[in-house]
Every structure is written in C-alpha cells, then in structure tokens.
Design a protein around this ligand. Structure first.
Ligand code: 5GP
Ligand code: MN
Length: 323
C-alpha cells in the first residue's frame, strides 16, 4: 500500500455515491470537525454521507453533531467508500471495524507520523497541522464550495490540534487557511466559547482530584498524574472530561514530558502524553503500541494503574536521559 496524492483521493471520493466517515475513539475536535466538514461537503455534491460513531460526543463538540453523526449504519448499507479520518489504524476505531471493512473501498486521511498507509487509498501528511487542513485542501481539489458551517467545523479542528494556534505545528500556512475560513463568515468566538468555555462543574471537580495525584520526576523534567474510576464516580464526571489535564501539567516550568493516565477499566489504562519542545513522545507511545505526534501522543496499557505508571515513568526517564 502506498500514500496517494490528494488528487487521487479526490477522484475516488468524487466517484463514490455513498461515503461513511470514521472518527477515531476518544474523539477530539480535529477528528470530529474534519468528519463533519467532509460529510457536509460530500452532501453538497449530492452524495449520501454520514459519520459513524460509537461513543458519546463530548459536550464541547456537541455543536458539530447535527444530523451528520449516527451510531448505526442503517442509513448507508455497503458504502462505496469508508474513510478513517485523523487516524489510519483499525485499533483507533476497533468497535466499528466490521462496518469499516463493509465499505467497497477503504481509505485513510490523516496527519500522524506513526500512521502507515494500509488501506486501499491513503493520504497521510505529517506536515499538516491538523487533518482539518487536509480536508480544506481536499475541498479545493474536489471543487467543493465551502460554507460557514464547513468553515466552523474546520476551524474547530485546527484550533484544537494546534492548541489554539500555540503549538509548533502552527505555521504561516495554518494562518493562511484560517484567514480564508474567516471569509466564509465563521463565528470563531462562538466556536471558541463552545470548545473552551463550556465545562460542567463535575469536570472542574474531577480535575481538582487529578491534580492531587501530581508526581514530578526526572529532576523536574517529567510530570505525571492520573484519574481513577473511583474519582469519576465520586465527582460524576465522564472520562472525556479529563481532556486538557495533560496540557495543564506540561505547562509547569521545567517540565518537558507530561503524562496523564486514565483508568478506563481495571486493566485498561489510557495514556496521554505531551512534550514541550524536544522530546519525542510518539516514540514512547510506540513502545506501548500506541502512536501520535512528536509533541502529543497516546497509547493504552493493559495492566493495573500502578504498574502502568511505573513502566511509563521508566520509559519517559530513559527518553529524557537520552536527550
Ligand atoms: P490524546 O492524548 O489527546 O488522546 O492523543 C494525542 C495524540 O496521540 C492524538 O493525535 C491521537 O490521535 C494520538 N493517540 C492517542 N492515543 C493513541 C493510540 O492509542 N494509538 C495511536 N496510534 N495514536 C494515539
Ligand atoms: Mn488531528
């Protein structure tokens, strides 16, 4: 399998009559924003298109859902193309695996360095600051006329994946694309409030408990915290409401690598890692069969929380000592 050109991807999608889009689990603004934007764009070309999900949409992304997201495939049977968006490996949408391969053709549109081109069609561009950027260029290629709704969905993807235009993946190109989204009449302030200022108090209580678990190691260069099922029960928060904690602890002065461990089950620990500048957390995540980007990566460790924590601290220390 190989990486295709954007033109080949566009041609394939233009040929299709029905397309089913697959965001990755633990969905974020980029995967869902990109899916919704592409879904609307395909519908504008009179194609049947839906976004297939298998989890509740986090509150901060609810504004994107409308009638695009569905939980069962009955709206489209045997789609012409199934597209993994913002991921390119089956493990990132494992519960929808069967539905994905029910597509006559499979495709991935992604920007993760760790993604290999394994489907019938693949477009993986690690230089893109967000998958939403790729969708923007794809629309140009497909000659889709973008509108305000598409612009807002793309903006949601770009703002979340660039840390609101702060991270090193933010470039002149990012701003140039975004400047064109403004021309579509997007209300960026409304979207910002939806994404960044829309938390439930349960989330604040949960983050409070998580912050109590903070450990600093590797001579101040490592920071780690965790959230347990018990804490979720006590606070009434949902697992996705731990979003953002790992960035908070990365912001500590001197910290280069931050990790947050979320207990999803007794022996299922979801790990989120972030680095500030030089450390490559995708490499650490890969050691645990995960992946991601240099500065933001994740994996799932099937062990107890305690053991996962010990293994992770050890691997992070090795990486930091090698720098
Ligand atoms: P997060 O920590 O926000 O869940 O994810 C950070 C980045 O790493 C995202 O780009 C996400 O897609 C990627 N990522 C998170 N968990 C995994 C995983 O288990 N496998 C892979 N391949 N990528 C992951
Ligand atoms: Mn992304």
């Amino acid at each position: 399998m190989k990486n295709n050109t954007l033109k080949e991807i566009a041609t394939e999608l233009l040929k299709a009559e029905s397309v089913l889009l697959f965001p990755h689990v633990n969905m974020d603004g980029d995967t869902l924003g990109s899916c919704v934007a592409l879904c609307k764009g395909l519908r504008k070309l009179s194609k049947k298109a839906y976004v297939l999900i298998d989890e509740d949409v986090p509150l901060y992304l609810n504004f994107l859902v409308k009638d695009y997201c569905v939980r069962d495939m009955s709206k489209i049977k045997n789609p012409d193309v199934c597209v993994a968006i913002d991921s390119g490996e089956v493990s990132r949408f494992i519960k929808r695996k069967e539905e994905f391969f029910a597509g006559k053709k499979t495709m991935a549109i992604d920007h993760h360095v760790s993604t290999d081109p394994v489907f019938d069609f693949n477009y993986i561009d690690p230089k893109a600051s967000a998958t939403a950027m790729i969708i923007y260029y794809l629309f140009k290629e497909m000659k889709v006329e973008m509108d305000k709704e598409i612009g807002e969905a793309l903006w949601a993807g770009i703002t979340t994946d660039t840390g609101n235009f702060q991270y090193s993946n933010t470039t002149k190109e990012t701003h140039l694309v975004v400047s064109e989204l403004y021309d579509l009449g997007i209300d960026h302030n409304k979207i910002s409030i939806n994404i960044y200022e829309n938390v439930r108090k349960e989330k604040v209580m949960m983050i409070n408990k998580i912050m109590d678990t903070l450990t600093i190691f590797a001579k101040g260069k490592g920071a780690l915290c965790y959230g347990t099922l018990e804490m979720l029960k006590e606070t009434g928060a949902t697992p996705d409401e731990t979003e953002g904690v790992v960035e908070s602890i990365r912001s500590i002065a001197g910290v280069e690598v931050a990790a947050f461990l979320r207990e999803d089950d007794e022996k299922e620990i979801k790990v989120s890692m972030r680095s500030k500048s030089y450390a490559n957390v995708a490499e650490i995540a890969l050691r645990f069969n995960g992946g991601g980007h240099k500065n933001a990566a994740g994996c799932t460790i099937n062990s107890t929380l305690d053991f996962a924590m010990k293994m992770l601290i050890n691997e992070i220390e090795i990486t930091l000592n090698n720098e």
